[in-house]
Design a protein around this ligand. Structure first.
Ligand SMILES: [Mg+2]
Length: 328
């Protein structure tokens, strides 16, 4: 497994949801912008509480509210990055209590993480929806996670295998004293991973900063929906929407929707809904509405691409753009 390198792939999730009808046209060029990416935040979006609150904090006898207050105060006082601070403080407190938690323990903690209603079934039902509503052959659906939480805990959850890739904060465990942050995913840092998905550069060993023309990026932002729950998702929602993609904000089913209303009013999201992922919920229906638009757009783009190929030579002569049109 390539966990940690950003190259992990979920089982069977890359198979096109609708197969091409003609087996004999394998060599013919095809319109290839048919992959849809649903990208999720974790804490507060798929799970009600920060993932460290289900097992890590109870194991070291820490009160969650007090822990986060201490961590945030410490970061502010020291002008340290809040995420590096929490990752350090977790293990500092565990050490003080004489509790040793290694990588395997963290993964085991993932089993205790609670998910919002319907999350477990969501991946299949949304997959079925895309399959039955796709207007062109070969549409594929992927799910991605981008979280400031811990990769190791996510790995222990029942939905880990559903993600094409998981980008989350992670520790080195061979540090000489306390586990040391290996990768820290901040609010703004999350946007890097959106561009990695957009450009198809998911191997974290490869630079994301090389120029890549829009036309050759495998997953256009227009094919993306970002799901998040609050202020930490603002940069990701803004980047996704400004590039033609979509964003959905969620709030706890029996909690306040004030944050979502703020995000909606500030045009950070297309829709908001309670974090109820069950079939027929508001979240389900509004996500399907966005998918309808994406699927129709894929069909329109494909038709434009076909038309563009038909007039390619005339187009190329008149515009001197070479052998490709802007639809390639
Ligand atoms: Mg969140």
């Amino acid at each position: 497994m390539d966990r940690g390198t950003g190259r992990r792939k979920a089982d069977n999730d890359d198979a096109p949801l609708a197969k091409s009808g003609s087996g004999g046209a394998a060599q013919a060029p095809k319109f290839d912008k048919k992959t849809i990416a649903l990208v999720y935040d974790f804490d507060g979006t798929l799970s009600p509480k920060p993932m460290q609150e289900y097992a890590f904090l109870p194991q070291i006898g820490a009160d969650p509210a007090a822990f986060w207050a201490e961590s945030n105060a410490l970061a502010k006082e020291a002008q340290a990055d809040p995420l590096i601070t929490y990752m350090h403080l977790l293990y500092k407190k565990a050490k003080e209590k004489g509790v040793r938690i290694d990588r395997r323990d963290l993964v085991a903690q993932g089993r205790h993480v609670e998910l919002f209603p319907g999350v477990t079934e969501w991946f299949d039902t949304i997959g079925d929806y895309v399959k039955s509503h796709a207007q062109s052959h070969g549409v594929a659906l992927r799910h991605y996670l981008i979280s400031s939480g811990l990769t190791e805990i996510v790995e222990g959850t029942s939905i880990y295998k559903r993600f094409h890739n998981v980008f989350a904060s992670e520790y080195w465990f061979e540090a000489y004293d306390l586990p040391y942050p290996k990768r820290v995913i901040t609010d703004t840092g999350k946007t890097q991973y959106l561009f990695r998905i957009n450009k198809g550069v998911e191997d974290l060993g490869e630079s994301i900063n090389q120029h890549m023309p829009e036309a050759v990026r495998p997953i256009p932002f227009a094919n993306m929906i970002y799901f998040g729950d609050g202020d930490t998702d603002v940069p990701s929602m803004a980047v996704t929407r400004k590039n033609g993609g979509h964003a959905v904000a969620v709030y706890p089913p029996r909690g306040s929707r004030a944050k979502c209303v703020d995000l909606f009013k500030a045009q950070r999201c297309d829709f908001f809904a309670p974090a109820d992922y069950r079939t027929g919920s508001e979240l389900f229906k509004r996500t399907c509405l966005l998918l309808d638009r994406i699927l129709a757009d894929i069909r329109v783009q494909e038709e434009m691409w076909r038309l563009g190929r038909g007039v390619k030579y005339a187009f190329a002569e008149s515009t001197t753009v070479g052998t490709s049109t802007k639809f390639n």
